[in-house]
Design a protein around this ligand. Structure first.
Ligand SMILES: C[S@@+](CC[C@H](N)C(=O)[O-])C[C@H]1O[C@@H](n2cnc3c(N)ncnc32)[C@H](O)[C@@H]1O
Length: 198
């Protein structure tokens, strides 16, 4: 774990957040209702944007990120509880959540398939599972550049992969994809899906 990452994360993300991400996040989080699970909440950028959730359980394995998220947790409009957990081993009973939110996190989770199986286990039948992720781009030259940059990027950005085909992984794990919205020519995807397995 790179220790400085939590302290520089918000600053590094500021230009993207200002230009587009805050608007995208607002749209996604307006759909988060009932009991909500947020995966890899980081510095809590989403916390102020929950308006319709009854309660948010946010999981995050990095203690530095949890510390950074405390002011946003305190200022949130809905109750938020942060748990130090990894997505691959969720300490919640089966069929607990109405909505699961994952933003910019499936690039980093070491075992995304295991995490998705856990999300399906802890979410209720027909639960909404909402993603905003950067993915392997669908243009050969740019995808090649992502492959080349990936080893260095992973080291600098705390395990983040540039080259993951997260939409395919979501399909392969059996989530029902309802809607995909592409941003920045397919580099970022908003993926609205449902749990039709439970
Ligand atoms: C790029 S940050 C995104 C933070 C936040 N979700 C956002 O939208 O700004 C990725 C986050 O995933 C967390 N993470 C890494 N491995 C994880 C795992 N196995 N389970 C859950 N979260 C994880 C990291 O600690 C980090 O906070």
């Amino acid at each position: 774990m790179v220790n400085f990452f939590p302290s520089i994360y918000d600053l590094a993300m500021q230009p993207l957040e200002k230009s587009k991400f805050q608007k995208i996040r607002k749209g996604i989080l307006s759909k988060a209702t009932g009991r909500v699970l947020e995966i890899g909440a980081g510095t809590g950028v989403n916390f102020p944007l929950y308006k319709h959730a009854e309660h948010v359980d946010a999981i995050e394995p990095n203690e530095g990120m949890i510390e950074q998220s405390q002011p946003r947790k305190a200022a949130a409009a809905v109750p938020i509880q942060i748990h130090r957990q990894s997505a691959e081993n969720l300490d919640f009973p089966d069929n607990t959540f109405d909505t699961v939110v994952a933003t910019l996190v499936f690039c980093t989770i070491p075992n995304p398939e295991k995490a998705l199986r856990e999300i399906l286990r802890v979410s209720k039948p027909n639960a909404k599972i909402l993603f905003f992720e950067h993915v392997k781009i669908d243009q050969p030259a740019l995808a090649f550049a992502q492959e080349i940059l990936n080893p260095v990027w992973k080291r600098v950005c705390d395990g983040c992969h540039l080259n993951r085909d997260t939409l395919k992984t979501i399909h392969d794990c059996g989530l029902q994809v309802i809607k995909v919205t592409s941003h920045y020519k397919g580099l970022f995807l908003e993926i609205e899906s449902e749990n039709k397995i439970n």
